[in-house]
Each structure stands twice: as C-alpha cells, then as structure tokens.
Design a protein around this ligand. Sequence first.
Ligand SMILES: NC(=O)CC[C@H](N)C(=O)O
Length: 404
Amino acid sequence: MLFKQFNKLTTFNHIRKFATQVSQFTPATLHLKSGQSFTGKAFGADKSSFGETVFTTSVTSYTESMTDPSYKGQLLVFTTPLIGNYGVPLNPSGKDGRYTPEMFLESSGIQCSGVIVADVAEKFSHYEAVESLHDWCKRHNIPGITGVDTRAITTILRDQGTTLGQIAVGESHKQSPEEYFDPSPINLIAEASTKEAYTLNEQGDVHVAVMDFGSKANIIRALLKRNAKVTVLPWDYDFYSARDNYDALFLSNGPGDPRHASVAVENLAQTVKEWKKPIFGICMGHQLLGLAAGLEAYRMTFGNRGHNQPVLALSESGSIKAGRVYVTSQNHQYALKLEEQFPDGWEPFFINCNDSSVEGIKSTDKSGKQIWGVQFHPEAFGGPLDTIDMFTDFVDAAKKGKSI
Ligand SMILES: NC(=O)CC[C@H](N)C(=O)O
C-alpha cells in the first residue's frame, strides 16, 4: 500500500524543467581580483556584475539567503553543489518593498549582486515553487554562473580572505585590479533601510521599535508572532528623542561595514546609557550596539556564513543557559573585537567555538535593564532555531518593563 502511494508520488510529472538547457547557456567567467578565473555557463540575467565574493556553507534556503539584505553588494558562492532544485516560491511584498504578512522570503527581491554555483538544477520541484532559479534571477536582473569548481573558489576565499570579483557574461576579458567595483566604502545600510517609518499589528501587547538597517523579514515575523506592535524605523531615525513611545528597541541585521553608521551609533550610545527598557540587536544591530558601548569592530578574513556555527554561552540570561553550545545561522564579515577588558557595564555573552570571535554581548547593569546583542541570527531562516526563544525573552522583558 505504502509502496503504491510512494510510486504515485514519484511519477515526477510535477517536476518542471528550464525551457533552455544549461548546455545552451552563454559562457561566463568568474574573475577574482586576486588573479584567478573560473569559466562556466551563465544563467539568470544576461549581464556582468561586480561584488565582494563570499561563500556560504548553508545546505538549504538559497531563496532566503539571496533575499537577505545583508548580502547586498556581494557575489554569493554556495558550497552546496546542487542549487535551485526546489525552485522559487511566490513572494508578495508591500508598498516600496515593505514587509507584509504575505511576504514569503526575507525581503521583496534578490539582494546579492550575483550567485556562483557548481551545478544549477535544470529541473525543480516543490509544491510552492512558481518559477526556476534561472527565471527568478533573470526577472530580478541578477546574473549567476554554474559549472565552476566552488570547492576551489572557496579554498581561495578561505586562504586569501574575501576578495572582490566579477561575473563576466559572454566575455573572458580579465579585469585589471583597479577595474573591480568595491562596495565596502559605501553605506549600504542607507540603501537597504526603509525610507519611512511604518507600523504593523496596531493592537499588539507591547510596542517595539525596529531600527531597520536592512532587516530580514523573519525578524519582524518573530516579533509579530509574539504579538508585539512593531514600528519599523529608518536607520538614522532619532530614536532617543522618540523613546517614550516605545516599550523596547530592536536593532536589525544589515549589509556592509558597521563603521559607516556613526549617526546610528551616536543615537544608540545615548539611548543605551539613559533608557531603562530592553534592547536587542542581531548581527549588524549587535555590532552597532557594541560600537555604542565603546567596543571596536574589525573586518574578518572570510567571515562566517552558514547554518552550523557553534556558539558557547558564557552566562545565563532568559532562555540561554551558561555553558551550553548553541548551533546558529550566521552571515557576517565584520565582528566586535574581543577585548581583554570589556567597557564598564558590559560583558561578552557568547563566543564562537570555531574561531573564538565575539558572538554576543550583554549589559551587566544590576538594575534589571536587559540589553543583548548577538552576532548570529536567532530567527534563522534558514538555519537551526536553537536560540529562537531569545525573541520570547525580549518581548517578555518588554511586557515586564512596560510600566517603567
Ligand atoms: N547579517 C548582518 O547583519 C551582517 C552585518 C555586517 N554587514 C557584516 O557583514 O558583518
């Protein structure tokens, strides 16, 4: 009986194929500023693109990674060989790309500048898929390259560090080093952030302000799920002056170098010192919180991007148990410096078990003020949900502090 059902399911008539075979695609070359080139086939948009070449070890969730605004300005190498096999779902978004409950992926469109894969799937199948990875990239004007040795590319990036690159479609012209476009001097946060404030779930129990540095949709979902009223604010919004309207402050993830956001850091420094209500920062939000606390940020060699990064909790707080290792989802190039002496009022909260980088900071304030920053993504999508209860801790702290 079961076998019959299985057979029915595997008739494969639900599997769809590209109209054009990969073998018919235009040749394309990935050039790295460090001198190496890899030739394969182009898919997606028929155009060349520049970016910072970074790799992710995530096995699933190419659609979520590609729509994560933290990947802005980057050419994303997937170490998992087969990418595209479950296609791309429908992804409605609100006015000006804003979050709406119908949004399925992490933002309204593809955020990275290009994708590099070993083997783009010509066939795709998923009950929610509406198009192929190739068609989706084409529609968003983003090029991809397939048929290249992503193991060799990753080894180069691990050894030499994140390198500028170009996906050159239909040409094999090698760039001279000064021709590479470098996104690192640009304030990408300003590009990724909402331009105007907007509110979701008016009837929520507590009012949370989200400083939008390029927020992933799942952060907003995680807050709404816990029945918070959420106001999404532009990255340079003067939160300090408006703080009395809110029960808690959330600092989102975001693209690029945190040191470009000095306006946000100054604003935060004042808030952190004087406000008594909960503050929670993730990735970029954590880095900005650290800068506001007086720590320094630095650029890592190749960063951490993947869904299996182990972090050790150094102390207890809310749902987090001291001495436990949590497996986390990550996507970052910058980190806070691990100072021997942390600034007054702060302590490290988590440490990465692979490279000992700072994975979290926490306020030591004895008055009950709750401030956490984490380098990883508790909301994941994709990735493990080991630390998802930090959102419950945060919203509960906001409820408790409502009357302060
Ligand atoms: N996911 C993020 O928020 C990334 C933060 C920052 N852009 C970095 O690369 O470190």
